[in-house]
Design a protein around this ligand. Structure first.
Ligand code: UDP
Length: 325
């Protein structure tokens, strides 16, 4: 039996494959629209194809004995989703429905879904649990919440079980330095800061300095990509052994850092000072997003291993090594 990883050539997908391949057979389906073949492990069975392509999915499910699907393939930029909502509903909702339809048709009944803290919108609490109300304020968060709701409708009527993982801010690189975060264009805070500190960008724009936070900049909960990867494997094994079924789990460190604080940590690790400019708020950004991950710690024994300075340290080693992404 194999695990199908949709989006396995992307940032979080490739780090999950790296852990998964040590224990399981892995098939990766990716159209390389935002992923990179250089992030793919040699041992995977790679299919270059589109998630929304029924013929490709039929082929993958017929030619391989797939036990479970890990679904990372999505567009994930808050700002872009505000500018181009139909792209997000097309790629994140429509294509996922095609995937789910094909899973049901082929009798594949285990699904691990990459969701997001953006489903919560502007939370009414400082520490977000899975019980916190979901009111997304951007199409990205909404597109993920729609799929979560669709999953809840499918599970009772088909032989189908799922785990939803709501990531907070994925960051860092594999400790080996072999793979890391590569987006083109890059929009994420930590790689942008590190590229600037490596002389690849003139300055850092801080989006908003008048939020209701200690220093006026947005607060986020940064979680190492390998901690996320390991949560997927625990979720899958939870489905297999019956420990967990049809559950939603937050994945974060439970610690919030402002944009300014993240810049300071990066400066310390790089041993250089950054040039900062204060810019307008970015559309769709809530002020504070910090996770309680108590539920997955209690139910599946997941515990993040990396704190912010270690996250930045692994990212720095990767960015130092690769040419500008
Ligand atoms: N951010 C920023 N400047 C940048 C990129 C990001 O000030 O060049 C801020 C962004 O507004 C947010 C935080 O950094 O408050 C994290 O943004 P990122 O895009 O990394 O992740 P997101 O929270 O959108 O998933």
């Amino acid at each position: 039996m194999s695990i199908l990883v949709c989006g396995g050539a992307g940032y979080i997908g490739s780090h999950t494959v790296k852990e998964l391949i040590e224990k399981y057979e892995v098939v990766v389906l990716d159209n390389l629209s935002t992923g990179y073949s250089f992030l793919l492990d040699d041992r995977v069975n790679f299919v270059n194809g589109d998630l929304g392509d029924e013929a490709v999915l039929d082929r993958v499910f017929t030619e391989n004995q797939i036990d479970a699907v890990f679904h990372f393939a999505a567009n994930s930029l808050v700002g872009e989703s505000v500018q181009n909502p139909l792209k997000y509903y097309g790629n994140n909702v429509q294509a996922t429905i095609t995937l789910l339809k094909k899973m049901v048709e082929h009798g594949v009944g285990k699904f691990i879904f990459s969701s997001t803290a953006a489903t919560y919108g502007i939370p009414d609490t400082n520490l977000i649990t899975e019980e916190t109300a979901t009111n997304p304020i951007n199409p990205y968060g909404h597109s993920k919440l729609v799929i979560e709701q669709i999953l809840a409708s499918i599970a009772p009527v088909h032989d189908f079980q799922y785990i939803v993982l709501r990531y907070f801010n994925a960051a860092g690189a594999h400790v080996s330095g072999e793979i890391g975060e590569s987006h083109d264009p890059e929009t994420h805070l930590i790689p942008i800061i590190l590229q600037h500190l490596l002389g690849q960008r003139e300055k850092i724009s801080v989006f908003g300095s008048d939020y209701e936070t200690n220093d006026g900049t947005c607060v986020r909960d940064y979680i190492h990509v390998t901690d996320l990867a390991n949560a997927h494997i625990l979720a899958y094994e939870g489905l297999v052994d019956g420990t967990a079924s049809n559950e939603i789990y937050n994945l974060g460190n439970g610690a919030g850092y402002s944009v300014k604080e993240v810049i300071e940590v990066c400066e310390q690790i790089a041993g250089k000072s950054a040039v900062i400019e204060y810019a307008d708020r970015r559309a769709g950004d809530p002020a504070v997003l910090v996770a309680s991950s108590a539920k997955i710690e209690k139910e599946l024994g997941w515990k993040p291993q990396f704190k912010l300075d270690e996250i930045v340290d692994t990212a720095w080693k990767w960015h130092e090594r690769i040419p500008m992404s």
